[in-house]
Design a protein. Sequence first.
Length: 64
Amino acid sequence: MLRPDHCCSSGSPDSYERHTLLKRTQLAEAQRLRIVPARFTTDGSLMGAVALVLRWLGALHGGG
């Protein structure tokens, strides 16, 4: 994993965020991530798999 204070020539921790991370306004609309609530209407097993992943992620972050 890259450490912000070691990946830029200036050595400033905030220079990583200033020069490396993309901001929302720098991306075209088609490249932006959109989360759209939806329903699984045909595949119950897929919905179950997604629920298991979300439960695992919640436990990882101390949510459950």
